[in-house]
Design a protein around this ligand. Structure first.
Ligand code: ADP
Length: 533
């Protein structure tokens, strides 16, 4: 033994062992493709995850080989989350909402050797399989079961991996460019799990008493790490399968007594709309919090859940590169007793960093910005679960500073108490007459208008000011709003030069594979919108 403490490696087999040893009776429930619920226990799960690890070993793979999944959220996917890394291979979750060309590129770039695929997704797989080097295909509820049946869980042995071995990999969803791969180590995954479990002062109370339903897909940044956290703390897990429509999710919440859930704002907008329409239809007395992240959670939506339905929204920020959870927003300190409006302002910010995560923002002149709620700069982050580089993408090395920070590409301000506020992505920010205008702030304000369901604000070229904001709005069903009305609505809260020059109304805002506004598509659609000033 060297050093002061034991050389205890932080690896995922410790989470698997803990889950099945100390919480054997805890349940994992899945909404199956035929809409029935499948229920089994952590003990059943642990056995099957070990069977998977043993079976994969039998395929003759080399340590570190990639094993991909192309799956919805379900118990077999959870088995892959542990079974693959606990055998020394790398779990690579493929995003089933991507175009087959992107999937072909990603699977090849990652070097995937095996895929576990849902039966319902075979048609998608067929469209890109020839472009990959995948040698083994296992179909859920079919050949995947045969694979497991051929393996004995008791043959599983902890491979005693070095904690810096890769456990999983994800590609960014490509909102602003080609997808880039991030490799997570066993150590970073274990520490992220601990960080999440410790984040209760920031509103995320995942404990053994909770029932957690991740709406966020397991192919989107590891479902934000919650499958691992629930297994470690012994929380009941409920998986929605392929059914992500508001009605089925609300049924899941009610029927499974869900207490915490997590997903992107688009999902919650749909759920809020449904609850507003039929407030008495579901008994949601168990549900207390929803974690919202991936894009800015509109303040009006947070208020809607709190004030009309008594549900707490916890806002989080993160990126594929940060494992992903890096901040969460709850009112701490004096905000705990603040009035409703102040508390809403706090939750509408992206929050404080999780323990062990550090943030700073750097302005155009290379100086760290002040925490004054006004100054904006590019957000930088560092910590034990922040990537040190992209997988096999040397041309992106300049995303890391010489003194060890990752440049997020997000533009942020800091509240005087340290809460970070994401103002934009650097590629989306509007620069008018040399001043930055936050599209996120304008969008949130527009979405607070009673007639507006969704709003995205983009830059359009302007001869004098370089760029000016254009608001692209979707009206609520049966409602309409005029540009003048919207301008008047925004005017009291913004400097005059921030107000959009034009408003256009569309039926739908194009979205990315993980439900974010696809602003690149909007900019193509509106290269030069009617500019009136
Ligand atoms: P992609 O970069 O392809 O969109 P990610 O899922 O990694 O894939 O996206 C991370 C980005 O999402 C962040 O850099 C940020 O711009 C945005 N984001 C995530 N959470 C929030 C949030 N709570 N508020 C605003 N933006 C967010």
């Amino acid at each position: 033994m060297k050093g002061l403490m034991m050389d205890f490696q932080l690896t995922l087999p410790t989470i698997l062992k803990r889950a099945e040893t100390y919480f054997p009776h805890q349940e994992i429930v899945t909404r199956m493709p035929d809409r029935s619920f499948h229920t089994y226990t952590f003990a059943d799960f642990g056995k099957r995850a070990r069977q998977l690890a043993v079976a994969l070993k039998g395929l003759g793979l080399a340590p570190g080989d990639r094993v991909a999944t192309l799956c919805w959220n379900h118990y077999q996917h959870l088995e892959a989350y542990l079974g693959i890394p606990c055998a020394g291979y790398v779990l690579h979750t493929l995003n089933l909402r991507l175009h087959p060309n992107d999937l072909g590129y990603i699977a090849t770039h990652a070097g995937d050797k095996v895929v576990i695929v849902d039966r319902s997704l075979l048609p998608l797989w067929e469209q890109f399989k020839d472009r990959t080097e995948i040698e083994h295909v296992f179909v859920v509820e079919d050949s995947y079961e045969e694979l497991l049946a051929g393996a004995n869980a008791d043959d599983y042995e902890d491979p005693r991996l070095d904690e810096d071995t890769a456990a999983a990999m994800c590609y960014t969803s490509g909102t602003t460019g080609m997808p880039k791969g991030v490799l997570y180590s066993h150590r970073s995954t274990v520490l992220h799990t601990l960080g999440e479990a410790l984040a209760s002062p920031l509103g995320l109370h995942v404990t053994e008493k909770e029932t957690f339903l991740p709406v966020v897909p397991m192919f989107h940044a590891n479902a934000w790490g919650y499958p691992y956290t629930c297994l470690m703390v012994g929380a009941k897990l409920v998986f929605p399968g392929p059914f992500l429509d508001p009605e089925t999710l609300l049924d899941d919440f009610e029927q499974q007594g869900v207490t915490i859930t997590a997903g992107v704002p688009t999902i919650w907008m749909g759920i809020l709309g449904m609850l507003d329409k039929e407030p008495a239809r579901w008994d949601l007395s168990s549900l207390h919090s929803m974690l919202v992240g991936g894009s800015a959670a509109p303040r009006a939506m947070i208020a809607g859940f709190r004030q009309r339905h008594g549900k707490t929204v916890v806002h989080g920020w993160g990126m594929t590169e940060t494992s992903p959870l890096a901040t969460a927003s709850d009112y701490v300190g004096e905000f705990r007793t603040a009035d409703e409006e102040t508390q809403l302002d706090v939750v509408a910010m992206q929050g404080l960093p999780l323990p062990l995560v550090e943030l700073r923002a750097i302005d155009d002149d290379g100086n760290e910005i002040a925490w004054d709620g006004e100054a904006m700069g590019e957000l930088q982050v560092r910590g034990p679960w922040v990537a040190a580089g992209y997988y096999d993408t040397p041309e992106q090395a300049d995303r890391w500073t010489d003194d060890g920070w990752f440049k997020t590409g997000d533009i942020a301000s800091f509240h005087p108490k340290g809460y970070v506020m994401i103002k934009d992505r650097s590629k989306d920010v509007i620069k008018s007459g040399g001043e930055w205008i936050s599209s996120v702030d304008l969008e949130n304000a527009l979405m607070a208008h009673p007639c507006i369901a969704e709003a995205a604000v983009i830059a359009i070229p302007h001869e004098k000011w370089d760029e000016r904001p254009l608001a692209v709005c979707v009206c609520r069903e049966g409602e309409s709003a005029s540009p003048d009305e919207l301008r008047e609505f925004l005017a009291p809260n913004f400097a005059k030069f921030w107000l959009p020059d034009a408003y256009v109304f569309v039926d739908e805002i194009p979205k990315t594979a993980v439900g974010k506004f696809r602003k690149t598509a909007l900019r193509e659609q509106f290269p030069t919108a009617p500019v009136t000033s």
